[in-house]
Ligand binder design. Sequence first.
Ligand SMILES: Cc1ncc(C[n+]2csc(CCOP(=O)(O)OP(=O)(O)O)c2C)c(N)n1
Ligand SMILES: [Mg+2]
Length: 336
Amino acid sequence: MATRNQPAVTQPKASRVAYSRELLLGLYRSLMKCRMSDEKARILFRQSKFGGNFYSGVGQEATEVGAAFTLRKDDWIAPSHRDWTSNIIKGAPLKSCFAQLFAKATSPDRGRSSPAHMGFPDLHVITPASSIAGQLAVGTGVAFGLKRLKKDTVVVAFFGDGATSIGGFHEALNFAGVHRLPIIYICQNNLWAESVPLRLQTALKDLSERAKAYGFPGLSVDGNDVLAVYEAATKAIARARAGEGPTLIECKTYRWYGHSEIDPAKYRIKEEVEAWKKRDPVLAFEKYLLDKKILNDSKKAQIAVEINREIDDAVEFAENSPYPDPSEITNFVWAD
Ligand SMILES: Cc1ncc(C[n+]2csc(CCOP(=O)(O)OP(=O)(O)O)c2C)c(N)n1
Ligand SMILES: [Mg+2]
């Protein structure tokens, strides 16, 4: 699909190798959990149930799930401001995630930070940096540490198209190339960095070409095709685990809503948004599973009911949790 902003993805579809039914249903459940949690969070923000700001990732779920689903518990994720659902994919309980949105004392950082800074130390999800591309330096540093400790664990780092214009992106990738670090860079090219369109960000057609400058492989995939992302990420993760170094994967995708919930996104034309909504990554995968008879209407309804129940419990938990006591504000600033 061509838009004013960027031509269609030309890469071939994923090979659709014979994945197990269990894996395919797991990917679907994860996509649905991310979509439903994110839509719920948007409603809660608009109801003023929590403050700060909220950066919805709706429309980009296939990049999140495809890249992070296959990670082991001891692997790491370096998310950016739009990737709060990477916590969910890594296994963080929804109760903790919603408590973090609400900045309650029961959240992973005990109510210390805003919704865009969601990390989960126990599951190796690094808290995102506020400065764009900042988490790439942190994630690359973690990968350097893992290599020095001779671990076979890897880091998956998420960032947007806008981040690729920042110096920190280039420094991180250059360092990772020199030291052949176990890190996978997932660029979620959603065509916009706030109100800046991709065509004013780069003269490149594929952002994955940037990897050439740093001496490791780069590839571009359809970021709305969860199997295409999964396939590319699985190979890159295996490569990193085997000590063969980093990979840059550009996932071409789109954010459905404004940059944040306070942005009406008037800089985009209606036709562009509608064309991308027709390529809904969750519905596309659902249709694929229904056609293959891996999913049916009753199983689909059951999954939605289960996720809804989990979300309702999580919101109730977050609402009923206390705010941190102001007298404890200086606690947990330094590690013991
Ligand atoms: C160094 C820096 N400059 C500007 C900002 C403000 N800002 C936050 S998100 C964002 C856009 C980032 O775009 P992109 O990397 O494409 O990610 P997306 O929001 O599209 O997911 C900007 C400019 C910031 N946080 N840090
Ligand atoms: Mg962007």
